[in-house]
Ligand binder design. Structure first.
Ligand SMILES: NC(=O)c1ccc[n+]([C@@H]2O[C@H](COP(=O)([O-])OP(=O)(O)OC[C@H]3O[C@@H](n4cnc5c(N)ncnc54)[C@H](O)[C@@H]3O)[C@@H](O)[C@H]2O)c1
Length: 255
């Protein structure tokens, strides 16, 4: 594996599972020191141990905990180069606007959007001190496209992540701090597998829109994150980096 991240220090939120876990592994394989930040202590610690890094238990909606996460990272490894702000949820009670209550709306906004605000707020000063940095915020292809299978708060939260990433990318560009939004298409994670195994029609309704004809594997998303985190993407900031199997570009897909 190429060693593009040799000597870099990275924080991955939601690093205990799915896209985050695949990225923890990829970052470590490319030479980075990785801090795994997650609510889940068992799988979070296992991920950090496997990567030879550090586990910090954190609720990304809690300002003091997020502040402490980045301070602990710098206290332990001396600096902060990369923040992958990726923790997010898509609970079943976030659905059509007609049935989604304010409690579900607020919970999803907090975990998916407020958390990214907090992580950027407390990562950027450390990157300013370091004279450079790369922030990757996980949005989604639904920030760009409408879905008739609505998850209204989720979609709105990812639209917020996309707009915030663009603005921060522009604001901090001259300080060597790049901020990009990563917009994955549907990814083959345990949650998705369980949902679609129970309901094949639901899976088929979505798969028909993907030109590549399948969902992404977490490792394919992690490869894109590693690119955005590394100097290979040095002329990219404020972008919406779609890794979506072609969904956003498609009108009619192959049979
Ligand atoms: N899976 C997909 O199809 C897909 C598609 C597009 C975007 N995304 C986005 O990618 C990101 C990761 O998704 P995933 O599929 O890997 O999810 P996942 O459920 O496999 O992993 C999410 C991780 O975040 C952690 N987490 C949840 N709430 C947290 C909190 N408050 N504080 C700290 N950690 C918390 C969980 O413990 C878990 O380890 C999310 O932002 C999601 O919205 C996923």
């Amino acid at each position: 594996m190429v060693q593009r991240l040799e000597g870099r220090v990275a924080v991955v939120t939601g690093g205990a599972s799915g896209i985050g876990l695949a990225t923890v592994r990829r970052f470590a394989n490319e030479g980075a020191k990785v801090v795994v930040a997650d609510l889940d202590p068992a799988s979070g610690k296992a991920a950090a141990d496997e990567a030879g890094g550090l586990f910090v238990q954190v609720d990304v909606t809690d300002e003091e905990q997020v502040k402490a996460l980045f301070q602990t990272t710098v206290d332990t490894y001396g600096k902060l180069d990369i923040a992958f702000n990726n923790a997010g949820i898509s609970p079943p009670d976030d659905d059509s606007i007609l049935t989604t209550g304010i409690e579900a709306w607020d919970r999803v906004q907090k975990v998916n959007l407020t958390s990214v605000y907090l992580c950027c707020k407390y990562a950027i000063p450390h990157m300013q001190a370091n004279g450079k940095g790369s922030i990757v915020n996980t949005a989604s292809f639904v920030a760009t496209m409408g879905a008739a299978t609505s998850q209204i708060s989720y979609t709105a939260s990812k639209g917020g992540v996309l707009a915030m990433s663009r603005e921060l990318g522009v604001q901090f560009a001259r300080e060597g701090i790049r901020v990009n939004a990563l917009s994955p298409g549907p990814v083959n994670t345990p949650l998705l597998q369980e949902l679609f195994a129970k309901d094949p029609e639901r899976a088929a309704r979505r798969l028909v829109h993907v030109p590549l004809g399948r969902f992404a594997e977490p490792e394919e998303i992690a490869a894109a994150v590693a690119f955005l985190a590394s100097d290979d993407s040095s002329f990219m900031t404020a972008s919406n980096f779609l890794v979506d199997g072609g969904i956003a570009g498609a009108y009619v897909t192959p049979l």
